[in-house]
Every structure is written in structure tokens, then in C-alpha cells.
Design a protein around this ligand. Structure first.
Ligand code: SF4
Length: 288
């Protein structure tokens, strides 16, 4: 069995920066709080917890120095921390900060802002707080018909996207708005999908078109992992696993070419473990 591993599999720049930053800080001070999971991967969060990191879901539960993860947070979190004199160690990915700055700039210029992405995703809960009252999060093209009526009250519209939004969906929505938005409305599109996401999605598509079976490794709560699964599933039989423990090797029966890709929150060790197991499986088959 031939195994093709995606070159872009595993931690992205922003997640690595936050995980490394938290690990380094834990060497100097504990306890340390983190607002939300630093990375959607149980093994990594467990190892950080073992070193003294306390995960909280609400800034009000912080009793000291607190880490902000790569997804970023709403403006109200900075205000609360400032009022309560909580030190924040901010590992918001610079690419997310860039979106916050675009939102602030266009909000101040009077644009209605459409943020493409999942309504409950922490990154978007943060980003929408910088967009002002005239803004909406849109997950799917089907939501646009209702929004078009509302947009007739505005002369300028900005469209931005969650860093891990599907590139394919972004262009579908862009085409739809270009065709259906009132011609008098000025519309600015900023493709804020992270390059790392774009590269990973494109590579997943290419590999999945070339293999009999695909394994996507990533956390169950990881939105970028779910999108990789969706992309690969369109082209080949695909499973999504969090670690090698979820792997049912019977799926590999008869597979000649296997593709492996991993989400942005999957550490290299998890990928290596899966590769080791599928490689050994091949040996067992040959020994029969
Ligand atoms: S996916 Fe991109 S924007 Fe999101 S944390 Fe990683 S590098 Fe930053």
C-alpha cells in the first residue's frame, strides 16, 4: 500500500505559536489560565494541563494571568481583563488580528459587514465584536436571500471570512452577491481565509482525487478538520480520527493508495503514530 501524506498536515503557524508560547510560559509560572482550549486536541491540552495550565470558558473564572489562544477574543474580554487587572498573554494569530483591523477600518467607514463563517465559532464571536451593529455572520449561501433585502438599506458592504472558511464556499457566495446585490451598492470582498487553510484544503482535494482511501486526523471540535473531511469525502472514502486509537484497520482492506491529511491542531506526534500503524498494517497483510 502506497501512503501519501499531505505536506501541509499538522500544526499551522498560529497554533504552533500559541502552544509553544504557553509551554514556555508554564516553565516560568503556574498556575496559568487559558481562555478556551488552546488547540482542539485532547492529547496536547492534557499535556499542558499536566504542566499547570487551567482551562476556563469564561474570563470571569480567571484568578490570574490568562492566555488568549490563536482564535482571538471579543473586545469585551480585553475590557473586562483591564478592569479586573488580569494580565493577558495574547497569542491571537496575527492573521486573525489582521481581520479585526479590517473590520474596525470598514466599520468606521460605514460599511455593513458580512462575516462568512460558523456562527458559534470562537474566532467569529471575537471578530464580529469588531464589526459594529451593522453586521452579520453568514454560514451558508441559503441565508443570503433574506439578507439581500436588508442590504438595500446600505450603500456599502464589506465581505470578510473566517480564517478556516471553505475557499469553494467563499467563491460561490462571492459570485452570488456579485450577481444579486443591488448594482448601486458598493461591495468590497476581502478574502481573509488563511493561506495555510487554503493550501491545506487544496492539497486535501488533490490527494483525495488520487487515492482509494483517505484518513483525516484532527480534533472533533476542530472546524478546519471538519472541512478537510468534507472536501476529501467528495472524492473518495474518508474517515476522520482524533488519534491512532480511533483507527479501525479493517477499513484499509484492499486499499492500494492511502492519503493522510491532518488539521491545523494536530501535533506531529499524532500524525507519526498513525503512519506507524498503517505502515505496520501493510506488513501484516504481506506476511499472511
Ligand atoms: S489557521 Fe491560519 S489564521 Fe488560523 S491560527 Fe493557523 S495560521 Fe493563524
Amino acid at each position: 500500500m502506497e501512503i501519501i501524506l499531505g505536506k501541509s498536515a499538522g500544526f499551522c503557524y498560529g497554533v504552533k505559536r500559541a502552544v509553544d508560547g504557553a509551554s514556555q510560559m508554564l516553565e516560568k509560572k503556574t498556575p496559568l489560565y487559558a481562555l478556551g482550549e488552546i488547540v482542539h486536541n485532547k492529547e496536547v491540552t492534557k499535556s499542558l494541563e499536566d504542566k499547570g495550565l487551567i482551562f476556563i470558558d469564561d474570563i470571569k473564572d480567571s484568578k490570574g494571568d490568562t492566555i488568549i489562544r490563536a482564535h482571538g477574543v471579543a473586545n469585551s474580554i480585553y475590557e473586562y481583563a483591564n478592569a479586573k487587572q488580569i494580565n493577558l498573554y495574547d497569542f491571537t494569530c496575527p492573521r486573525v488580528l489582521k481581520i479585526h483591523n479590517i473590520a474596525l477600518e470598514y466599520r468606521d467607514k460605514g460599511y455593513y459587514i458580512i462575516l462568512l463563517g460558523s456562527k458559534n465559532h470562537p474566532e467569529n464571536i471575537g471578530t464580529i465584536s469588531y464589526c459594529g451593529l451593522n453586521s452579520s455572520i453568514v454560514e451558508d449561501i441559503t441565508e443570503l436571500d433574506n439578507l439581500l433585502l436588508k442590504l438595500n438599506n446600505f450603500s456599502k458592504v464589506l465581505v470578510i471570512a473566517q480564517t478556516t472558511f471553505s475557499l469553494k464556499k467563499y467563491f460561490l457566495i462571492k459570485n452570488y452577491l456579485e450577481k444579486n446585490l443591488n448594482a448601486d451598492i458598493e461591495v468590497v470582498f476581502k478574502n481573509t481565509i488563511c493561506k495555510a487553510t487554503e493550501v491545506r484544503q487544496k492539497e486535501t482535494e488533490e490527494i483525495s482525487k488520487d487515492v482509494d482511501f483517505m484518513i483525516i486526523i484532527g480534533g472533533r471540535n476542530s472546524s478546519n478538520t471538519k472541512k478537510l473531511y468534507e472536501i476529501a469525502s467528495e472524492n473518495t472514502n474518508t474517515i476522520c480520527i482524533e488519534t491512532y486509537r480511533d483507527l479501525d484497520l479493517s477499513y484499509l482492506d484492499g486499499v492500494e493508495k492511502l492519503g493522510i491529511m491532518a488539521g491545523a491542531s494536530t501535533p506531529k506526534e499524532s500524525i507519526d503514530e498513525v503512519i506507524k500503524i498503517v505502515s505496520n498494517y501493510k506488513e501484516k497483510v504481506y506476511k499472511k
